[in-house]
Write a protein that binds this ligand. Structure first.
Ligand SMILES: Cc1cc2nc3c(=O)[nH]c(=O)nc-3n(C[C@H](O)[C@H](O)[C@H](O)COP(=O)(O)OP(=O)(O)OC[C@H]3O[C@@H](n4cnc5c(N)ncnc54)[C@H](O)[C@@H]3O)c2cc1C
Length: 348
C-alpha cells in the first residue's frame, strides 16, 4: 500500500487480520495530511464515522475530536497491529513487470526496491496547495497552510478564499486579535459549501464590522506591504480598476490538488481536469490489472468533497474482497464500521 492516511492504515489492518503479507509505505509521517491541518482543528465528521477497522476512538467529552487526537489514535492502532509501516519512504516510481509490479522508493538514508503482486494507491487528494500563480505568492509573509493563529495577533491579515478552511481561519484569527479581511472571488459565501455554524458566525461578525469582507475580488499581485486585488464577476476576473489591500500577512486558502503522478506512471487512465483515475466501483481496481485505488485519491483533485474518510471505508472492504476473496468484515448495517472483529476473521 502506498500512503498511510486513515484509509491506507485501515487497509493495512484488514490485510494483517487476514494474514496477508503487506507493507505500508508513506512519503511523510503517519497521517501526514492531517498533521498539516491547522493546529487544534476539529473534525467535521463525528468520531464513530472516522474510526477505522472497527476500533473505537477514545473520546473524553463526546464532541468532534481534533486532528491531534486522531493522530494519537492512528499511532495507537498502528502499534496495536504492529503494521509493517515505513514512514518517510516515498514511492518515486512504479513499473509493471508482467503480472506484478516493481516499486522504487527513496528513504531518509537511501533507496529501496519492492516487488509485489498487487499495489494499492491510497495517496490522498491534498498533495499540494492550489496556487494562485500571481507574482509575490512565494514571499515569506504569504502562507498556504494555516499556522497557529497566535502568529497573527495585532497584525493585518488578508485571507483569500471563501470555503470552510478560509472562513474557519478568519474566525480563529479574529479571535486571537488579528485584524482580519477575507476576500472572495464570489459575491457571497455559499451556504451549501460553508458549514452552517461557520456561515452564521462569519456573517454576524462581518455585519458587525469586526471582520472585513471583500467580495468579488481576486489577488493579481502580492507585495510585502499590500495585495493588488482585481474585480471579478461570478468568480472570474473582469476589467475594472484594481484596489490595493494593505496586509502584513496573507493566508491563501484556495484548496489543494492531488498528485496523480504514480497513477500516470503505472498506466492508469486519468479523466478530465480533476484527473480522476479509472476504477471499477465493485473492486476499486483501476484499468491496470492488480493496481487498486483507495481513499480520497479515487476522486483525483476534488472540487466538492465526495470522497472523505467515512465515504471511503467501503474501498477497504472491496479491495480486500477482490484480492483475497475473503471479507474484511468491517462494515455493519448502513455502512457504519463494526466495533468488533467478527469471530470468523478473528480466528483466521
Ligand atoms: C482542515 C481540514 C478538515 C478536514 N475535516 C475532515 C473531516 O471532518 N472528515 C473527513 O473525513 N475528512 C476531513 N478532511 C479531509 C481529510 O484530511 C481526508 O478525508 C483524509 O485525510 C483522507 O484520507 P486518505 O487516507 O484517503 O488520504 P490522506 O490522509 O491524504 O493520505 C494519503 C497519504 O499518502 C501519502 N503519499 C502520497 N504520495 C505518496 C508517495 N508517492 N509515496 C508514499 N506516500 C505517499 C501522503 O503523504 C499521505 O500521508 C479535512 C481536511 C482539512 C484540510
Amino acid at each position: 500500500m502506498v500512503g498511510a492516511g486513515p484509509i491506507g492504515v485501515e487497509l493495512g489492518i484488514a490485510f494483517e487480520r487476514l494474514g496477508v503479507s503487506n507493507v505500508l509505505l508513506e512519503a511523510g509521517q503517519l497521517g501526514q495530511t492531517i498533521w498539516q491541518w491547522p493546529p487544534n482543528t476539529r473534525f467535521f465528521s463525528s468520531p464513530e464515522r472516522i474510526a477505522i477497522a472497527g476500533i473505537p476512538i477514545p473520546n473524553l467529552d463526546q464532541t468532534k475530536i481534533t486532528g491531534e487526537a486522531y493522530l494519537a489514535y492512528l499511532r495507537s492502532v498502528v502499534e496495536q497491529f504492529d503494521l509493517s509501516f515505513r514512514p518517510y519512504e516515498r514511492v518515486e516510481r512504479i513499473e509493471r513487470r508482467g503480472r506484478s509490479f516493481q516499486l522504487f522508493t527513496r528513504t531518509l538514508s537511501g533507496e529501496r526496491t519492492y516487488a509485489c503482486r498487487y499495489v494499492v494507491l491510497a495517496t490522498g487528494g491534498m498533495a499540494s496547495p492550489r496556487l494562485l500563480n500571481v507574482p509575490g505568492e512565494d514571499l515569506p509573509h504569504v502562507s498556504h497552510y494555516v499556522p497557529d493563529p497566535h502568529k497573527y495577533f495585532r497584525t493585518h491579515l488578508l485571507i483569500v478564499g471563501g470555503r470552510n478552511s478560509a472562513v474557519e481561519a478568519a474566525l480563529r484569527c479574529w479571535r486571537v486579535g488579528a485584524k482580519v479581511t477575507i476576500s472572495y472571488r464570489r459575491a457571497e459565501f455559499n451556504p451549501q459549501i460553508v458549514k452552517p455554524h461557520l456561515f452564521a458566525e462569519v456573517g454576524m461578525l462581518i455585519r458587525e464590522g469586526l471582520i472585513t469582507f471583500l467580495p468579488e475580488r481576486t489577488p493579481v499581485e502580492i507585495t510585502p506591504a499590500h495585495v493588488v486585488m482585481a474585480p471579478t464577476r461570478d468568480g472570474a476576473p473582469i476589467d475594472g480598476p484594481p484596489i490595493r489591500q494593505p496586509a502584513d500577512f496573507v493566508l491563501v486558502c484556495s484548496g489543494f490538488v492531488a498528485d496523480m503522478t504514480l497513477f500516470e506512471m503505472a498506466g492508469v487512465e486519468l479523466r478530465g481536469e480533476r484527473r480522476i483515475p479509472a476504477w471499477n466501483p465493485d473492486t476499486m481496481e483501476t484499468n491496470v490489472p492488480g493496481l487498486y485505488v483507495a481513499g480520497t485519491a479515487a476522486g483525483g483533485t476534488q472540487q466538492r468533497f465526495e470522497f472523505f474518510i467515512e465515504t471511503c471505508h467501503t474501498h477497504v472492504d472491496k479491495i480486500v474482497a477482490a484480492i483475497t476473496g475473503r471479507s474484511a468484515g468491517l462494515t455493519g448495517p448502513g455502512g457504519w464500521r463494526r466495533y468488533s472483529i467478527p469471530r470468523e476473521n478473528a480466528e483466521s
